[in-house]
Design a protein. Structure first.
Length: 194
């Protein structure tokens, strides 16, 4: 229950970011005729961002597969490495961790590209809001990756997989799914809303 309440507070945090984004965008577009937003948006590499977003969204699927394994009490795989139906929590959460890491690396690459084109936090208000919103989301993804490491560490250190470990895995999945849903909305607003 505590995690759900905490996620509700996180939802309010991201709602405030969205409110700031839309408010500033409206004011700036009214004063510049939309030129600033259009020039900032033109720098975005939408196909790359779509690929990176797909990786993050699919990581929610792998995370949920890990939850299903945890609910069965299956910490590790019971078959060959290529037999996905026999994977346990560890394998699915390792894959989720890798996919989340790829997303962060992709976001870092995107930041470097935008920086090389002159879009920085201090270049203009578009840059400030872009980096503020996507950066805070990236920090939340990093927090999720750390949580996956803790869950994985617990499963490797414990002599047996317990109900408490399964509950921890499920709670971590709540957070990961939340981060994914926030990104989908953030991605749609920043990359597609003109």
């Amino acid at each position: 229950m505590g995690v759900v309440v905490w996620l509700a507070s996180e939802l309010m945090f991201f709602a405030a970011l969205f409110a700031a984004y839309f408010t500033v965008r409206q004011v700036i577009n009214a004063s510049t005729g939309g030129e600033l937003w259009a020039s900032g948006h033109a720098l975005l590499n939408v196909p790359f961002a779509v690929a990176n977003t797909t990786i993050l969204v699919l990581s929610s699927v792998t995370c949920q597969m890990g939850v299903f394994a945890a609910e069965r009490g299956q910490a590790g795989r019971t078959g060959g490495l290529l037999n996905l139906s026999k994977w346990g929590l560890r394998e699915w959460y390792i894959l989720t961790f890798v996919m989340g890491s790829v997303f962060i690396c992709g976001q870092t690459f995107e930041y470097a590209e935008l920086y090389s084109h002159g879009l920085t936090m201090s270049s203009d208000v578009y840059g400030s809001l872009f980096y503020l919103a996507t950066g805070f989301h990236g920090i939340h993804v990093l927090g999720g990756l750390i949580a996956f490491l803790f869950i994985l560490g617990r499963t490797y250190l414990a002599k047996r997989f317990t109900h408490e470990q399964a509950v921890s895995a499920v709670v971590t999945s709540y957070y990961w799914h939340f981060v994914d849903v926030v990104w989908i909305v953030l991605f749609a607003v920043i990359y597609f809303l003109k």
